[in-house]
Design a protein around this ligand. Structure first.
Ligand SMILES: Cc1cc2nc3c(=O)[nH]c(=O)nc-3n(C[C@H](O)[C@H](O)[C@H](O)COP(=O)(O)OP(=O)(O)OC[C@H]3O[C@@H](n4cnc5c(N)ncnc54)[C@H](O)[C@@H]3O)c2cc1C
Length: 443
């Protein structure tokens, strides 16, 4: 028999983003159902036993599980309905909001809600694995899988490891594997700069004497049942291998750390437009996607570098989803008016989030958070300027900008609305919000 549950907000995913969203929505007066496919809440943080979480949010250096437990306890005290080991088999938008078919151990549950928050996190890229043709020897692991094996299952993935890529999880795992007694031979990064945070390069490689080889890649994996070694080679500026630079290295483990990608299958099935730069839904400052009633937060939107910012976006999404569902109830199902103005990020940026500002949204007295990554490393005091309606609202000089490091600033969206209202509406440039990068004199 199909159970039917009607609620105000459904939160999909109970990692730090979903937990924060669910708490904020309940605290805003909404009835909330959380759907989580794993048997425990906490998301990826359950396997992140290193510290460094919570510095921005709590002024404390917590481990991943400690950080997640704070929101899990908060959610439990709020009495949320949490469906564990549950997954969504069908999602659709309706006139009143959303309908989700969920399957858990009790059977099929049909959830209807005024709003849904997608907090499904991200997954590891494995596309680079395609270079491994023919035999598929054991011993090749995504860095997050190695992290799960060591930190949750208490298993060592091997004895002598080489890391392909220099993403943050690979760097963190270089240190972890070393501490667990494995020999880590080095990390090979195809680009000329590391992909992970400078702090992780220092604390996880340099402090342990693990070499980072830039402009270098793995060109072959050897072994039939188990990896017995790899061949590495240097690459040129176009990332083509340079003949004659090949090196055979004995190892039994290859760890892949080649990036993360937002998890958005459900978003796609709900018709949510996706940003090709972030690979996540396009959102406004309230984490409302371009699909009515569908909100998104955390690493499902873009890969954040701090879990604290993941939680921040969860809080925003939860509060906004609750307000949205309440407003639809009050107006007999009518969606609140939105006045979406795009944020045009210039060529100096890899991306900026949110991609839109809703000028009609009530601000509820808060500043909106904006996040961006630069396209290239800038060490010469780049200036970032945000303007609306031709008026500069924020100008900030950055001593250094690096693509792996996410930057954040806050702005009053009322100021944006006022600047646009005061601009010359006949001039298309005066109806825009822009983010530019350059030298102060050139901007
Ligand atoms: C493998 C891996 C390892 C990582 N290691 C680190 C690290 O060491 N340090 C660090 O700072 N960051 C790490 N990260 C980044 C990490 O994702 C973020 O720091 C943070 O956990 C993001 O929070 P989130 O809530 O957005 O996503 P997550 O923590 O990933 O939580 C998403 C939750 O949604 C659930 N979910 C997904 N899809 C569905 C669905 N369809 N139905 C129901 N539930 C669903 C998942 O089971 C999960 O519990 C890692 C990421 C990955 C993928």
């Amino acid at each position: 028999m199909i159970r039917r549950v009607d609620t105000d907000v459904v939160v999909l995913g109970a990692g730090p983003a979903g937990l924060a969203a669910a708490c904020a929505a309940i605290e805003s007066g909404a009835r909330v159902v959380v759907v989580e496919r794993e048997e425990r809440v906490g998301g990826i943080l359950k396997q992140c036993v290193h510290d460094g979480f919570g510095v921005a949010r709590y002024g404390l250096k917590l481990t991943g599980p400690e950080y997640a437990l704070r929101d899990a306890d908060r959610l439990a005290s709020l009495g949320a309905v949490v469906m564990l080991e549950a997954f969504v088999s069908k999602a659709e938008r309706t006139d009143g909001g959303c309908r989700l078919a969920c399957v858990d151990r009790s059977g099929v549950v049909e959830l209807t809600a005024g709003a849904v928050v997608l907090a499904t996190g991200c997954r590891e890229r494995t596309d680079r694995q395609v270079f491994i043709h023919g035999d598929r020897p054991a011993g090749i692991f995504a860095a997050g899988l190695a992290q799960y094996m060591i930190n949750v299952q208490g298993l060592l993935p091997g004895r002598r490891a080489l890391i392909l890529g220099s993403g943050d999880i690979g760097l963190i795992m270089a240190r972890r594997m070393t501490l667990e007694g494995m020999e880590v031979l080095g990390a090979h990064e195809i680009k000329s700069e590391p992909s992970g945070l400078s702090r992780n390069v220092r604390q996880c490689l340099d402090d342990y004497g693990i070499p980072l080889e830039l402009s270098s890649t793995v060109t072959a994996v050897h072994g039939s049942r188990r990896v017995t070694g790899v061949t590495t080679a240097r690459v040129d500026a176009a990332m083509r291998t340079i003949p004659g630079t090949e090196r055979d290295i004995d190892c039994d483990t290859l760890i892949l750390s080649v990036g993360l990608i937002p998890e958005n299958e459900i978003a796609r099935s709900l018709g949510v437009p996706i940003d090709t730069a972030t690979k996540g839904p396009k959102v406004d400052q309230n984490m409302h996607t371009l699909a009515e009633g569908v909100f998104a937060c955390g690493n499902a939107v873009h890969v954040n570098d701090l879990a604290d910012y993941v939680s921040e976006s969860g809080e925003t999404a939860g509060r906004s989803a609750a307000a949205y569902a309440a407003s639809r109830l009050k107006t007999g199902g009518r969606a609140p008016e939105r006045r979406l103005t795009p944020l045009d990020a210039g060529p100096g940026f890899l991306y900026a989030v949110p991609q839109f500002v809703d000028l009609a949204a009530p601000r509820r007295g808060e500043l909106a958070a904006f996040y961006f990554r630069s396209r290239a490393t800038e060490t010469d005091g780049a200036v970032v300027r945000m303007s609306a309606g031709g008026t500069a609202l924020l100008e900030r000089r950055y001593p250094a900008l690096r693509p792996p490091e996410m930057e954040r600033f806050e702005l009053d969206t009322d100021a944006i609305a006022e600047a646009i209202a005061e601009g010359d509406t006949a001039m298309p440039s005066d109806r825009r919000i822009t983010l530019e990068m350059g030298r102060r004199s050139a901007l």
